[in-house]
Design a protein around this ligand. Structure first.
Ligand SMILES: [Zn+2]
Length: 345
């Protein structure tokens, strides 16, 4: 079951690896125009990305958001990848060297939407980062101390998406509602960030308010609903959704997610004990993998280890008997397919 980012058109391609839980978004530049579907669906290309953002606003998804695409070599199993249409570096057009194309307004909104979605779905921090392994919005290339822009050798060495587009990441983070940005009717705010907040307010339900239209407009109804939410949560009441209000809103939604306890379990290995291990054992039993079923005693012993190894073998992921975020996500998928209620684990 593919994990598709809302508003993106899903066009699955053959080029991809196994499942993972991305810690952030990697921004790439196509260095060309048009959909990448044909190229990424060609095994000979040896390339793919999870997402694509067209200059005119097109949004395509080629690889499930919890499967590794082939965009950034060593970083493939760490970051979701998004290719933006057009040229991020100087390029020749009819014998004339053209300057890099900055991301269009529509592309900025598309990338901001994907980043925001990852923030809400996987807990990505809303920030620019140039440190591989750190959550946030990263690039193939990075600004060097001498003012240049270089490609990471272990990510394929391309100075992608170019300095111009890389520098636009701050604006993307801002549009995604990143730290320090307040959403209100008086300041220019990303339509998508406001839409996301309206949907979240509807999800938690503000007492005394009818559901908001999720239209991205920060009008009187949204201002009143934000004030009502702030009042209910004992926050300073001003109708402006600043970092604190947005953080409380997200935390409330996360705590109501039935999978919250599952998704926030620590890495579990043989010898561990406690309620997380018990939850894992119940989950493994529901997948039908352990035969005989495990005794859910909260003790990660040899039988649990064998069950984890067997599941990892079946799912074609790295087999180590350790339950990290990737294996947890996989088990969650299997349980979802089986219709298991996470609260019963
Ligand atoms: Zn790249």
């Amino acid at each position: 079951m593919a994990l598709v980012v809302p508003t993106f058109t899903y066009e699955p391609v053959v080029n991809h690896s196994g499942t993972f839980r991305p810690i952030g978004l990697a921004l790439h530049s196509c260095e060309g125009d048009g959909s990448q579907y044909g190229w990424f669906n060609d095994p000979a290309a040896q390339a793919s990305s999870n997402l694509w953002a067209g200059k005119a606003g097109g949004r395509q998804q080629y690889v499930s958001a919890d499967m590794a695409a082939w965009a950034q070599s060593a970083g493939n199993y760490t970051y979701l990848s998004l290719e933006v249409e057009g040229f991020g570096t100087p390029h020749w057009v009819n014998g004339v060297l053209e300057p890099p194309e900055p991301l269009t307004d529509a592309q900025l909104d598309t990338v901001a939407y994907a980043l925001r979605w990852g923030h809400d779905t996987f807990g990505w921090p809303l920030r620019v980062t140039d440190t591989p392994g750190e959550g946030g919005l990263i690039c193939h290339g990075y600004p060097t101390s001498d003012g240049g822009f270089a490609g990471r050798p272990d990510w394929g060495g391309h100075p992608c998406p170019g300095r111009t587009r890389s520098d636009q990441r701050a604006e993307i983070v801002k549009r995604a509602g990143g730290a320090g940005v307040a959403l209100s009717g008086n300041t220019p705010a990303s339509t998508d960030a406001v839409k996301a907040m309206q949907a979240q307010l509807n999800q938690v339900g503000v007492p005394g308010f009818t559901p908001l239209a999720v239209d991205g407009g920060y009008g009187p109804a949204t201002t009143s609903a934000v004030s009502g939410f702030q009042r209910g949560m004992r926050l300073p009441v001003d109708g402006v959704a600043g970092p604190q209000t947005l953080a409380v809103l997200r935390a409330l939604i996360a705590s109501r997610d039935p999978w919250h306890l599952w998704d926030t379990m620590p890495t579990l290995k043989q010898g561990d004990q406690g309620p997380s291990v018990k939850r894992l054992q119940n989950g493994l039993n529901r997948t039908g993998t352990p035969k005989p079923l495990l005794i859910a005693d909260g003790d990660f012993g040899p039988a649990t280890f064998t069950a984890v190894e067997k599941l990892q073998t079946n799912l074609h992921v790295h087999i180590d008997g350790i339950v990290g975020s990737q294996t947890l996500t996989l088990i969650r998928h299997v349980l979802t397919v089986y219709g298991a209620d996470p609260r019963s684990l």
